[in-house]
Design a protein around this ligand. Structure first.
Ligand SMILES: [Zn+2]
Length: 349
């Protein structure tokens, strides 16, 4: 692989694909993984709906107001590829389990640190009963001229993070979830979503099952022209990276700050011409990174990843941060990225 040059003229594979989709992004595009902090009013209202005290339509109305506000915030902060902030999602598994026929709510289990979630249970054959995310994506995309990523949780994580009381094997459960998420992704693409992110935080939880993830992504992305981002976090991918890089997606969204940039030597050893959304601020820390730290981080990353393949992102979703922390982290990321942009890349006409 040639060393990254100071002035970059050629386009990456990903930039070519985005150009075909009529998406023009500046060099070093800024994005987020998806979720933003929710107001206490929204959290309380979701609880009240679960208790039957408030009607669901009132919550949906408030969620739309929150999505609108979140998009305005992202525009103000200077992000290039936006999300709906996941304002209508409780968590990345529960949201889908509620909409997929065959799941039932289960007991509360611990996930990350002191966070808890209700682990759904597969009680019967799983099936797709219609689009789960399309209407919200359309609503959010209408609010901005900038591209807004559609985000779905991948089938492997949906299988791994739920209990199975119906299928004979994990493979069988995964197979039906692949069919379901494939329908969802096709529905999103049909609705006009050009950038689709698949979240597979469980990707490395059982390396011996990696072929399930690979088969799932082959099936889901096959025949679609969309630009696919694969997000993963939590866990050791050192033995898997050489295989992960061959997955049929255009951009790998990787938690990096929180794992001390262990991914960089792996990328150096097993490079790929595909794009990366590298986590340059830690979503799990209250501390807001300094511009100086970001500058060092970017320099370190750009030694390994050619600039035309690099997007900047927080490590993971920002929903566990306060609004102030989330915005400050994005601000420092955007500012540092813009500085680098000006220094190393010519403006493309
Ligand atoms: Zn994540």
């Amino acid at each position: 692989m040639p060393p990254p040059s100071k002035k970059i003229q050629s386009r990456s594979l990903g930039q070519n694909k985005l150009a075909q989709l009529n998406i023009n992004l500046p060099p070093l595009p800024n994005t987020t993984v998806g979720s933003f902090p929710k107001s206490s009013e929204l959290v309380e209202m979701r609880y009240k709906v679960s208790q039957g005290v408030v009607v669901a339509s009132e919550l949906e109305r408030k969620e739309k107001i929150a999505i609108d506000a979140c998009i305005r915030d992202q525009l103000r902060l200077g992000l290039d590829v936006l999300t709906d902030g996941e304002m209508n999602r409780s968590d990345l598994v529960g949201f889908f389990a509620k909409k997929i026929d065959g799941f039932e709510p289960g007991g509360t289990v611990r996930s990350y640190g002191n966070r808890y979630y209700k682990k759904p249970v597969i009680k019967k054959k799983l099936s797709w009963t219609g689009p789960m995310t399309v209407e919200t994506w359309q609503f959010a995309q209408r609010a901005t001229h900038k591209p807004l990523k559609a985000i779905v949780t991948g089938p492997y994580t949906l299988m791994d993070w739920t209990f199975n009381e119906y299928y004979n094997s994990r493979e069988a459960a995964c197979e039906d979830l692949v069919a379901i998420i494939k329908k969802e992704v096709h529905a999103l693409a049909d609705a006009g979503a050009k950038i689709i992110q698949i979240d597979e935080p469980a990707l490395s939880s059982r390396p011996q099952e990696f072929s399930l993830v690979a088969d799932a992504l082959n099936e889901i992305t096959s025949g679609l022209k969309s630009y696919f981002i694969l997000h993963f976090c939590y866990g050791d991918i050192s033995t898997l990276w050489a295989r992960i890089r061959t997955l049929p997606v255009d951009n790998f969204s990787i938690e990096a700050t929180n794992s001390n940039f262990e991914i960089l030597p792996l990328i150096k050893k097993f490079p790929t011409p595909k794009d990366f959304s590298i986590g340059v601020v830690d979503s799990h820390s209250h501390i807001v990174e300094s511009p100086r730290k970001l500058n060092t981080t970017l320099r370190q990353i750009l030694k390994i990843i050619p600039a035309q393949q690099l997007w900047l992102s927080p490590d993971c979703g920002l929903k566990t941060r306060t609004m102030e922390e989330a915005q400050s982290k994005i601000k420092v990321m955007v500012k540092s990225g813009e500085k680098k942009r000006a220094a190393i890349l010519p403006s493309r006409k």
